[in-house]
Design a protein around this ligand. Structure first.
Ligand code: DI6
Ligand code: FE
Length: 417
C-alpha cells in the first residue's frame, strides 16, 4: 500500500464523538480558558486515536458515533488524595465539638484517629469494601474516573493489608482507576505508644515487603508532623520504600513546619500534600524536584484553620497545584471533588481555570499519570465526561448542581445509577 492509500483509509474506532467543545491543555494564562470549538474525538481500545477540529478529522469506521450537540467534553476528574476506606463514623465527635468540647479531650478519651482505627480493625473485608464503595460512588457520579486511596486506619500488618486489599478490589470491581497508597505511618497505634521507631521498623521490615509481594500499593505516604512522625523518621521510611520500588509522597507542613517537604524533595516524591506552612525555600525545592503541591481545602475548612497554603508562591515558582478532597472520617468528610475545587477558589484564591486543572491534569501528575490521564489528547486514556453546562466554570462555581450526562472510563461508558 502506498502512503497515499494509508492516509485515505478509514480509521477504525470504537467510539467517535462529533461536535463537542473541549478545554485545551495549553493556556496563555491562568485566567483564559483555551477552547477547541467544533471538535471531534475518537478512541480505540480505551485510548484516544484522534482529538482535533472536526474539519481535520479523518474518515472513521466506528462501532458507535455520538453527536455531542455542541456540549462540553472534559477529561475525567481525578481525586488524588483520599482516605475513603474506613470503619465507623465520627459525626458524634463533630456534634460534641459543635457543643463546645475540646478536640484534645475527645482525642484523649479514645476519639479521633484512634476511634477510626478501632472501628476499621473490627470490620471484615467485605463490610469494609461495601462501606468504601458507597463513598466512592458519589465521587464517580460527579465525574471522578481516577482516585487515590490510602490505607492508614489499620496500623497493624493484618489490618493495613486488609485495607489495601479493599482498595485494590475497588479498582478491580468498579469502573474507576484507583491508585493505592500505603499510609501505615499515619499515626502511632496504641500498642506502640512511646515506641515510634519500633513501629517504623515493623513497617519497614515486615509490612512493606508483604505489600510489595502482593502488589497492594503503588506509593508510600507518611504523616510528617509534630503529633505524628518526624522528618528523620520519614527519611528512614522513604529510603526503605524507594528501595522496594514504591513511589513516595507526604502529608507535610499541615499544622506546623516539620520539614517534611525537604524529605519528599530529597526522594523526588510525587507530591507534597497540605503544605499550609511551607516556606518559599521549600517551594523552590519543590519546583526543582518536580514535586506537585496537593492542596486540601476540605481539611482547612473542617478544622477551621487560618494558615492558607501560599498559592502565590506556587504560581511564582511554577509548582503545579492539584486539589483533592482528602475524604476521611475526621478532618475532611468531603465527598465532592467539585466542591473541593470550589473551596480552592473561595478559600485560597484559585481561579476557576486553575481549579479545573487542579482536578484534572495536575492531579494526574500528582499520581504519576501525567502521560496517561487528565487530558483529552492523542494516546491518553479515554476517560472523559460529557456535560450540559454552558461552560466548565459553572461546575466549579455552582455547588452540587452539575453531573456529567455521560461518562467513560478507559473508553467504556459508565452506568453509575
Ligand atoms: N491529616 C489529616 O488531616 C488527617 N490525616 C492526616 O494525616 C486526619 C485524619 C482523621 O482525622 O481521621
Ligand atoms: Fe490526608
Amino acid at each position: 500500500m502506498s502512503n497515499q492509500d494509508e492516509i485515505m483509509a478509514p480509521l477504525n474506532a470504537d467510539v467517535v464523538i462529533e461536535n463537542v467543545r473541549i478545554v485545551g491543555s495549553t493556556a496563555r494564562s491562568a485566567k483564559v480558558w483555551p477552547v477547541l470549538e467544533n471538535a471531534c474525538v475518537a478512541w480505540r481500545n480505551g485510548q484516544f486515536i484522534f482529538v482535533g477540529p472536526s474539519a481535520d478529522a479523518p474518515t472513521f469506521t466506528a462501532k458507535q458515533v455520538i453527536d455531542g450537540q455542541n456540549q462540553w467534553l472534559t477529561p475525567g476528574l481525578i481525586d488524588c488524595h483520599t482516605h475513603l476506606v474506613y470503619g465507623g463514623s465520627r459525626a458524634d465527635e463533630f456534634e460534641l465539638l459543635q457543643m463546645g468540647e475540646r478536640y484534645e479531650d475527645i482525642a484523649r478519651a479514645g476519639g479521633g484517629i484512634k476511634k477510626t482505627v478501632a472501628a476499621t480493625r473490627a470490620l471484615d473485608e467485605q463490610t469494609l469494601f461495601d462501606s468504601a464503595r458507597k463513598r466512592l460512588l458519589p465521587l464517580m457520579r460527579e465525574g471522578v474516573t481516577s482516585v487515590e486511596i490510602k490505607s492508614g486506619y489499620g496500623l497493624s500488618i493484618e489490618s493495613e493489608l486488609k485495607m489495601l486489599r479493599v482498595i485494590r478490589r475497588l479498582n478491580d470491581e468498579l469502573p474507576v482507576t484507583v491508585s493505592a497508597t500505603c499510609l501505615a505511618a499515619h499515626a502511632l497505634p496504641l500498642e506502640y505508644a512511646g515506641r515510634a521507631d519500633d513501629y517504623l521498623d515493623m513497617i519497614i521490615n515486615e509490612l512493606l515487603p508483604l505489600v510489595k509481594a502482593e502488589n497492594l500499593a503503588d506509593s508510600v505516604d507518611v504523616f510528617c508532623e509534630s503529633i505524628a512522625f518526624s522528618a528523620e523518621q520519614a527519611t528512614r521510611l522513604f529510603a526503605a520504600a524507594t528501595a522496594l520500588g514504591f513511589k513516595v509522597k507526604g502529608h507535610v507542613e499541615q499544622l506546623s513546619n516539620s520539614q517534611g517537604t525537604e524529605v519528599v524533595c530529597n526522594f523526588l516524591g510525587l507530591s507534597a500534600d497540605h503544605v499550609e506552612y511551607v516556606t518559599e525555600t521549600q517551594v523552590q525545592r519543590m519546583a526543582t524536584s518536580g514535586v506537585t503541591a496537593v492542596i486540601l481545602p476540605g481539611a482547612f475548612y473542617f478544622l477551621k484553620e487560618t494558615q492558607k497554603p501560599p498559592i502565590d508562591l506556587f504560581r511564582q515558582h511554577q509548582v503545579p497545584m492539584a486539589i483533592a478532597t482528602d475524604l476521611n472520617p475526621g478532618s475532611s468528610p468531603l465527598g465532592s471533588i467539585l466542591m473541593a475545587a470550589n473551596f480552592g477558589c473561595v478559600l485560597f484564591g484559585f481561579t476557576p481555570y486553575e481549579a479545573f486543572n487542579a482536578v484534572t491534569k495536575n492531579a494526574a501528575r500528582a499520581l504519576g499519570f501525567e502521560n496517561q490521564k487528565g487530558r483529552i489528547a492523542l494516546g491518553y486514556d479515554a476517560d472523559c465526561l460529557l456535560w450540559s453546562f454552558d461552560h466548565p466554570r459553572q461546575a466549579i462555581h455552582e455547588i452540587n448542581l452539575h453531573q456529567p450526562v455521560q461518562s467513560w472510563h478507559l473508553g467504556k461508558e459508565r452506568d453509575l445509577i
